[in-house]
Design a protein around this ligand. Sequence first.
Ligand code: CA
Length: 233
Amino acid sequence: MADVLVVEDEDAIREVVGYQLERYGHQVRYASDGVDALRQIQESLPNLVILDLMLPRFAGLDLLRVLREHSQVPVIIISARDTEADRLAGFDLGADDYLTKPFSVRELMARVQVALRHSPPRVEEEPEAPEETLTLAGGSLLLDLGRHEVRKDGRLLDLSPRAFELLTYLARHANQVRSRDQILEAVWGYAYGGDTRTIDVHVHAVRRKIEDEPRTPRHLVTVRQYGYKFVDE
Ligand code: CA
């Protein structure tokens, strides 16, 4: 059972989502504007936040930015805005998932289960992670898997948790092509039913950080009609 905060100003959506979460045995809190959401988060950190973007008083993305300054709690965005720029903005700020309205409640619940599985363990439960570092691109890229950090030429890059997992997965299979389905399963843990835009958006985000020329990537390359490959050279 998880403590879930639903931040949504539309009563009907808030009720439907909350009802399903409660049916799954979760404890649900509600906020109908950004200021109230922030107050509740500061009072007690939930295990998961479901976040609408267009909110009165304090926009969803601003809320996410503030939240990420001190917490890695999983966040699923639900939004009517569906451009790549919107998704990218959400993922860049550290959202774990992005669902476009209208969405099926069943799909939301599937993503809730995944997000909760990926939620970071509480500090006292954290197992001793083996210190592991991947050195790539002739030493210019360093992935610290224990700390979830990536550095380019010594400089710490700001990658969302999911973008970091994507990069790690491809780097572990360096110079091998991975299909979108393989990537979805490994990084997201389930199939999205054909929506591969989520991967593409994360790939763009990773390229913007690790590539010298993101438009003509040298390392994270597209293999047409198949998937992606990390070229380690
Ligand atoms: Ca709204």
